[in-house]
Write a new protein. Structure first.
Length: 53
């Protein structure tokens, strides 16, 4: 909420989505967590939307 009060909402939401992807990659690479097919599809979808949008 604090970030939304000092920065444009589009920038804040883009950074939030990037943080979700980064957390997933850290979990997979560092903590050796397994990725479910649904989680993988969701991550790929988020990246595709961010790159295409």
């Amino acid at each position: 909420m604090w970030a939304q009060s000092i920065a444009p909402l589009a920038l804040v939401s883009a950074l939030r989505e990037t943080g979700v992807i980064a957390a997933g990659l850290i979990g997979w690479l560092v903590f050796k967590e397994r990725l479910s097919p649904i989680g993988t599809a969701a991550a790929v979808g988020i990246v595709a939307i961010r790159l295409g949008g």
